[in-house]
Write a protein that binds this ligand. Structure first.
Ligand SMILES: CC(C)=CCC/C(C)=C/CC/C(C)=C/CC/C(C)=C/[C@@H]1[C@@H](COP(=O)(O)OP(=O)(O)O)[C@]1(C)CC/C=C(\C)CC/C=C(\C)CCC=C(C)C
Length: 439
């Protein structure tokens, strides 16, 4: 995730923001201004998450070998003595998101649902706050989100064209928030970003979930989270990933890396599913579809990491699990030296194999999404997956060569994705299936 975009998305320093052209005019609708000394007054995120016992059999197969203890760099919400694996902690979030969505489906009412605080949501900040924003401003806000999306993620923007207008613009709003969040640590202002700045960004997130957006782009997301059963936790977790990126430059084992990948990319899957919707014909459990979405985010991020090894090393960062490097006789100096040896090839083969397992898991989930939402997901999956092929084609030289998917391959992928998107949900897929009582 190395942004090379220009700065229109950059978050302005708090004192500038009042004059921002994107700030919502005062008086017409609620506006919450950032204060540089902002201390969250409603820190529900500081509460420890509810621990849900997950039977081993229900856990994700692909990562069940990762049993190392949680180490530094974990989320603020978790006590240091939390001995669950990253996989278990993330699974807890998956269960809550799935329960929230299942509840919405079972109520099958277009009206906003009341979420019982102790029930499924990580907080009370879900769905209960409809921002008072004039339709015209909201229209402009969404249009701006669409423009940003079209500018920074052309293929993906194209893929959203088949979605219903409500879903399309909601996905744009989520995309823009994710981009801006990523931009904090990867964009032009990154050297000036401090943990305090991330705290303010989180405060702003809490405000928008309470129906008090700070600027136009936030207003679009505030509207989106009021319309769809979207929980705040994945958004908080993405900010947590950015905190991690500020302080952490090494990963001891896959358990640590898994948590990072969840924070910065798995969260995107969890944010997107409630908007993309589930095919009414699907017999899969909501939870298993969320798991597939999580897997796609993890797969994408692992691929990103494998593609960018050289670039990251030049920034003094190694996102590869140290213990796995050692198993192949490699040390961090080998990564900095950037020499493609047989050991390196063997190590990379193993990493690519694991990334493909996550893609496989994600694939099984895509057909269960609402039919109009599948195309962009297949497109992003096929395109990103091909980066792994490109690394192989480069003979595993990800130090000096950038693996990329050529224009023609990209063009061919779009109709291929379209074809796959037409397939109905597999009746006998290996995803978790609803029991008779739940259908
Ligand atoms: C339909 C669809 C693909 C929806 C997702 C739209 C969305 C909200 C995207 C936000 C992406 C974003 C800006 C994330 C911020 C953190 C980040 C930059 C993560 C990396 C993305 C690629 O980064 P980058 O643009 O820098 O890469 P390049 O260098 O340009 O190659 C990530 C690698 C992660 C992106 C993660 C996803 C797109 C997750 C997708 C999962 C789903 C949409 C769930 C699908 C559901 C099922 C059931 C499979």
């Amino acid at each position: 995730m190395h942004a090379s975009w220009a700065s229109p998305l950059a978050i302005r320093p708090a004192h500038d923001a009042r004059n921002s052209e994107e700030s919502l005019p005062r008086g017409r609708h609620p506006v919450a201004f950032l204060s540089t000394s902002a201390t969250p007054s409603h820190c529900s995120h500081a509460e420890a998450p509810k621990v849900i016992f997950v039977p081993t059999a229900q856990r994700r197969r692909t990562t069940s070998h990762c049993k190392a203890a949680i180490v530094e760099g974990g989320p603020r919400v978790s006590p240091a003595h939390d001995l669950r694996t990253s996989e278990e902690r993330v699974y807890d979030v998956v269960l809550r998101q799935a329960a929230l969505m299942a509840k919405r489906v079972s109520q099958s009412s277009p009206a906003l649902i009341e979420v019982e605080k102790d029930d499924v949501s990580s907080s009370e900040l879900t769905l209960n706050f409809t921002p008072e924003i004039s339709p015209q401003i909201l229209e402009e806000a969404y249009t701006r989100c669409g423009e940003v999306c079209a500018e920074y993620a052309k293929t993906f923007y194209l893929g959203t064209m088949l979605m219903t207008p409500e879903r399309q613009r909601a996905i744009w709003a989520i995309y823009v928030w994710c981009r801006r969040t990523d931009e904090l640590v990867d964009g032009p202002n990154a050297p000036h970003i401090t943990p305090a700045a991330l705290n303010r960004w989180e405060q702003r997130l809490e405000d928008l979930f309470r129906g008090r957006p700070y600027d136009m782009l936030d207003a679009a997301l505030a509207d989106t989270v009021a319309m769809f059963p979207i929980d705040i936790q994945p958004f908080r977790d993405m900010i947590e990933g950015m905190r991690m990126d500020l302080i952490k430059t090494r990963y001891e084992n896959f358990d640590e890396l898994y948590l990072y990948c969840y924070y910065v990319a798995g969260t995107v899957g969890l944010m997107s599913v409630p908007v993309m919707g589930i095919d009414p014909l699907s017999r899969a459990t909501t939870e298993s579809i969320y798991n597939a979405a999580l897997a796609l985010g993890i797969a994408n991020q692992l691929t990103n990491i494998l593609r960018d090894v050289g670039e990251d090393a030049r920034r003094g960062r190694i996102y590869l699990p140290k213990d796995e490097l050692e198993q192949f006789g490699l040390r961090e100096n080998d990564v900095f030296a950037g020499k493609v040896t047989d050991n390196w090839r063997a190590f990379m083969k193993d990493q690519i194999r694991r990334a493909r397992m996550f893609f496989d898991e994600a694939e099984r989930g895509v057909t269960h999404l609402d039919k109009d939402s599948r195309w962009p997901v297949w497109a992003s999956l096929i395109l990103y997956r091909q980066i792994l092929d490109a690394i192989e084609a480069n003979d595993y030289d990800n130090f000096t060569k950038r693996a990329y998917v050529g224009k023609w391959k990209k063009l061919i992928s779009l109709p291929a994705a379209y074809g796959l998107a037409l397939l109905p949900p597999a009746r006998h897929s290996s995803l978790g299936r609803k029991t008779a009582t739940c259908t």
